[in-house]
Design a protein around this ligand. Structure first.
Ligand SMILES: [Zn+2]
Length: 230
């Protein structure tokens, strides 16, 4: 099973994985739930992930689930970001065009599902507000790029100004750059070290694309603090 190792430089005990089309669909709410659970189990084994990641019920909102010491909840929490200080507590978001953002400091990790709605609601800044340690590094995963993501005024009006947007097919349409907007929001929150970005899910056949594919499927971004690497 092929996965991508994000190229970034988080603290040494932080592990992260981006899955691909070859990993299979990991979402239980689209396609076959049984198949998705099988894909998840294979992913955990192949990547030596310490346990099944915390999967979220993502609603394009701005709530952050804080994973504490207790057991993983039996049903996925409704949230679009997850945060933890715990070791061996993998966190995941499911995407297919929306932007997955990985965040890590020496004391904690988080993962964010950032589509245009989440970005407009400030989910990146809200997640960073949880961080105790301000030395945060970020990685921007594969998402639909400004080469293929056309939106209209209903989207741009949710943002202050047009930073991250360029002209689309006419005056009423815009090409949206999720990475550029995420970078602006990270910079505003004081995060200087940002890696990744630039891999378009529409252009790169390794990744599922909600807008391009006929079949609904999601890939995942997973992050955890490895408790064995001291
Ligand atoms: Zn593209």
């Amino acid at each position: 099973m092929t996965t991508i190792r994000p190229r970034w430089h988080p603290p040494r005990n932080v592990r992260s994985v981006i899955t691909t089309r070859q990993t299979g669909n990991l979402a239980t709410h689209v396609g076959s739930a049984d198949a998705a659970i099988g894909h998840r189990q294979r992913l955990v084994k192949a990547e030596s992930i310490p346990q099944d990641p915390l999967w979220l019920e993502q609603v394009h909102g701005s709530d952050i689930y804080v994973a504490g010491e207790g057991p993983v909840p039996s049903s996925p929490p409704v949230a679009d970001a997850a945060y933890t200080t715990q070791f061996n507590r993998p966190l995941a978001v499911l995407v297919a065009d929306c932007l997955p953002v990985l965040l890590a400091s020496p004391d904690e990790v988080a993962v964010v599902h950032a589509g245009w709605r989440g970005l407009a609601k400030g989910i990146i800044g809200r997640t960073l507000a949880r961080f105790r340690n301000r030395e945060v590094e970020a990685f921007l995963g594969p998402a639909i790029g400004p080469c293929h993501y056309e939106v209209d005024g209903a989207v741009t009006s949710a943002f202050e100004g047009l930073a991250g947007f360029s002209r689309g097919r006419d005056d009423e349409h815009f090409m949206m750059d999720l990475w550029a907007i995420a970078r602006l929001q990270l910079a505003r929150a004081g995060v200087k070290d940002v890696a990744g970005g630039g891999v378009c899910t529409w252009c790169d056949p390794q990744f599922f694309s909600h807008r391009q594919d006929r079949v609904e499927a999601r890939f995942a971004a997973v992050i955890w603090r490895d408790g064995s690497s001291f």
